[in-house]
Design a protein around this ligand. Sequence first.
Ligand SMILES: C[S@@+](CC[C@H](N)C(=O)[O-])C[C@H]1O[C@@H](n2cnc3c(N)ncnc32)[C@H](O)[C@@H]1O
Length: 423
Amino acid sequence: MPSNSGFDLALAAESLRDDVRRLARINATMHPHEAEDNAAELRRRIAKTAKQIAFETAPRMDVVKDDWIVLGSVAAWNIFIDWRAFDRIPLDGYISISDLARLLNAQESLPEYPPSSSPPANSSPAPSPTLTHSRISPFYIGTNPLSDTCIVAVGNAMKPFSQWPEYFRAYGRREPVGPGFTPFSFGWGHAPLPPWEVKVLYPLYASAFMRTMRSKQIAGGDMVLTGEEALCDLEWVGIEALTMDENAAVVVDVGGGLGQLIHLVLRDVVGLLPRQCVLQDRREVIEEARAELMRHGLDEVVVMEHDFHHEQPIKGALVYLLRRILCDYSDEMATGILRRLAEALPADKPNARVIIIEERLLEVPTPENCIVDLVMMNLGGMLRNYDKYREIVAAAGLTVVGYHIQDGNPICAVECVKIEGAA
Ligand SMILES: C[S@@+](CC[C@H](N)C(=O)[O-])C[C@H]1O[C@@H](n2cnc3c(N)ncnc32)[C@H](O)[C@@H]1O
């Protein structure tokens, strides 16, 4: 019967039952470890329907309380990650709470409140109280790239979120424009500083953040850059690079982090030489970026310190890449960054361009897309759609010549060239 919200409980329950049977049939044909990573869409649908049913049927107070439990659970896995407690739990066994407490140098009563995602297994043959891994908690082990993403989810999202009431009381009910006085800076106790200056004060957090940028598991982390599968096919860049001086700057990755995108560009774009690529970033990132590129045999990539709010020192490159940069900034600041690149584009290469690659604001935002947008607001930025890109790009003296999106992928690539006659 449909509820007040239009949700048809009986229909949902039937489709849940059918999907669960489908999954059980798939699981039956596979080894449990294989089955875990299979049928992702089906699993997602089951979980979503089950959550909807729970939301529509549970006593209303329980739904409210569930959110409180989530808050506690986040606090628990956050401290377990910080103390590397997950790393101490054997993958195929258990650890007693007292042994864990001893290894963590913590009072025994503290790890007695385990993150809810790692409940002690009922079938554990160990004397209680013990902890075992759940199917999720190995993701929180320090060597797993997802654990860095969890650290960043707390630092960029939960910490500022929890201070929103004070933030908006102090600065008014409007979106931040940056660079300082962002919810992120406020949440970390350094309101006047821009977020990147705050991160410098917390080197462990800053390195966890840089590692997440390298992660292939976050949106846009693993991109194909040529051919039919590419979001934005850069094959032409390699062809053109062959006609250019071997030491000319062809591709400049502005705010390129540890070189994760340059690495993919050089993997895919045939004809482009490492020495024709430039990676620019902040001072504290550059040394690590150089070491990282050397580790991948890309020591000929030119690595330089540069602040993208200032004049671009490399003039006349064929492509300036801005991946996951503009979404951190308000329209005014993003326009400033683009204008520096518009000024650097060569007048004699009409196909030279700035390419923006980052998550876009979806027409029908998914819950994940909404959260990313809110996290960007914490930093003083936002997600944008085609119209919003067109506005900031035009304000910078550029025009959009390509807007590339793919079904089921929130990342977009925006290709921009200089408006003829623009200074
Ligand atoms: C969100 S990360 C994106 C990194 C990389 N472009 C990617 O997509 O993986 C933002 C990058 O911009 C760099 N950054 C921040 N402010 C900068 C500035 N003013 N000038 C140059 N780089 C900056 C950061 O150090 C970081 O590497």
